[in-house]
Design a protein around this ligand. Structure first.
Ligand code: PMP
Length: 378
């Protein structure tokens, strides 16, 4: 076996999701899967592609028309990657894996936020790299000084950013983008920015990739699992300049050949015609987020108001339980499943992640149960 796997555990998110089945009638607020269906037009386009037998390999980097459309989509957001800088992947997951595989050698140091999406850290570990964590401000936004310090103290090869953030819902401010740019512009470093929740940014969107002067250092990873509610259809992408692109492509090619053909045609349709569906979904998420944040506050649980994605990272420190114990008790006694903050790193201790991509009715039921559970502490 690969010895590096000894340090890897199954995802804490999945662990809790699986536990829900053990508890009859439990409500799960654990997964990152929008509850709305794939937009109708995308479904029809996928069926059309299937009937037209577009079921063969696509080019390794994906169908040209989709790469072109993504280039246009990003341009509208101030990000200037050309069609040839874009490769379609099997979800953002494969994008992350292929990118990190291409960038690091064993023992190379990768600077990763803590807390953050668990894949970054675990991919680096599987590949034999070394994880260095940087902490965030109290409100989960970037603490530039922490990054600066980590860069001074370590020979960092890759910096990972992710906005809007899973599990906190934090976004990048204009000031943080400028500070990051000033810090990184003269550094010899690769910057991976995972922006898979970009379409669910509730305030103005800023990204380090908008700074053209550093675009040759930036590898932008994104996808359509969240934007078009199509987690099972597996389409993502990464953008990179040379020499990154040519090398990441080697991993991507031998790993997956290409992303699913018919789903790529569906996404192409979605980018052209389904903006309204995305807008409606985003408005609905904002409504739910407001409901959950307010209700939590009402029952005495504080959380930073998320500015994107569909998660709330709620503060449970006052209950004097580890986040794992809190979630276990909440599940077995209160019949609601949330994810312990530690599933996202050691600095997630004292927090739980509540996913609000569930109907308002389900959220109301779950929050009422949480209220009863909290009252049992008094
Ligand atoms: N990045 C982040 C931050 C995520 O939360 C996820 C999925 N939860 C992914 C990447 C991967 O998503 P997918 O492979 O479905 O595109």
């Amino acid at each position: 076996m690969n010895h590096n796997l000894n340090a890897i555990e199954i995802s804490g998110i999945r662990k809790f999701y699986n536990k829900v089945r053990e508890v009859n009638g439990a409500i799960s607020l654990t997964l990152g899967q929008p509850d709305c269906p794939v937009p109708k037009g995308i479904k029809e386009e996928i069926v059309r592609a299937l009937e037209e037998n577009k079921t063969v390999y696509t080019p390794n980097a994906g169908i040209d028309s989709l790469r072109r459309e993504i280039s246009l989509y990003l341009k509208e957001r101030g990000i200037k990657y050309k069609e040839e800088d874009i490769c379609i992947t099997v979800g953002g997951s494969e994008g992350l894996y292929s990118v990190i595989s291409a960038l690091i050698n064993p023992k190379d140091k990768v600077l990763i936020p803590n807390p953050s999406y668990p894949a970054y850290e675990n991919i680096v570990k599987i590949l034999g790299g070394e994880v260095i964590n940087y902490s965030l401000k109290e409100n989960f936004t970037l603490d530039i000084k922490e990054i600066e310090k980590a860069l001074e103290e370590n020979n960092i090869k890759v910096l990972v950013l992710s906005f809007p953030t899973n599990p906190t819902g934090a976004i990048l401010s204009k000031k943080d983008r400028e500070d990051l740019f000033n810090l990184l512009k003269d550094k010899d470093i690769a910057i991976i920015t995972d922006e898979i929740y970009e379409a669910l940014c509730f305030e103005e969107y800023y990204s380090i990739a908008q700074k053209e002067e550093v675009l040759d250092k930036v590898i932008y990873v994104s996808g359509f699992s969240k934007m078009f509610s199509m987690t099972g259809l597996r389409v993502g992408y990464f953008c990179a300049k040379e020499p990154y692109m040519k090398n990441i492509m080697k991993v991507h090619q031998y790993n997956v050949s290409c992303a699913p053909s018919i789903a790529q045609y569906g996404v192409l349709y979605g980018l052209k015609h389904c903006k309204e569906d995305v807008k409606i979904m985003k408005e609905e998420f904002i409504r739910r987020k407001d409901y959950v944040v307010n209700k939590l506050r009402e029952i005495g649980i504080e959380s930073v108001d998320p500015k994107g994605a569909f998660y709330i990272f709620a503060d449970i420190r006052k209950f004097n339980l580890s986040s794992e114990d809190f979630c276990s008790k909440l599940l077995y006694k209160g019949k609601v499943a949330c994810v312990p903050g530690t599933a996202f790193g050691s600095r997630g201790e004292g927090f739980i992640r509540i996913s609000y991509c569930y109907s308002i009715e389900e959220l109301k039921k779950a929050l009422n149960r949480i209220e009863i559970f909290i009252n049992s502490f008094k």
